[in-house]
Design a protein around this ligand. Structure first.
Ligand code: THU
Length: 124
């Protein structure tokens, strides 16, 4: 399954709309029910309206009625590894505070989880 998620995250990064940063990101989110939702970053001329790949995948899943997640794989099309931005960490944590997260770049991998990426999360 992890191989499939990596493949799907890489595939999603090909759809990234990143004319401003040139930084392409793909995400593949596995739900507890066994579905995979993918996402890419979608930039905007008004930079602040950009949506990251992780949030795209979460919003797609939630809008399709899925709120229980098993694993998130993020692919950054870069030699260096990057971890999710603060906004994405908060959005992911809303649904899963301990979600396993695998981050892949062209040259590096990181296995982590939301507990490590956003400890003491804000959740009502
Ligand atoms: N980006 C993501 O898609 N995910 C992250 O976790 C960090 C940043 C995107 C947003 C923007 O399109 C580009 O990467 C550069 O910030």
């Amino acid at each position: 399954m992890i191989e499939k998620l990596i493949e799907q995250a890489k595939k999603a990064s090909l759809n990234a709309y990143a004319p401003y940063s040139g930084f392409k990101v793909g995400a593949a989110l596995l739900t507890k029910s066994g579905k995979i939702f993918t996402g890419c970053n979608v930039e905007n001329s008004s930079y602040g309206l950009t949506n990251c790949a992780e949030r795209t995948a979460i919003f797609k899943a939630v809008s399709e009625g899925e709120k229980e997640f098993e694993h998130l794989v993020i692919y950054v099309d870069s030699p260096k590894l990057f971890t999710p931005c603060g906004a994405c960490r908060q959005v992911i944590s809303e649904f899963s505070q301990e979600l396993p997260v695998t981050i892949i770049s062209q040259n590096e991998n990181l296995e982590t989880d939301m507990g490590k990426l956003l400890p003491y999360t804000f959740k009502l």
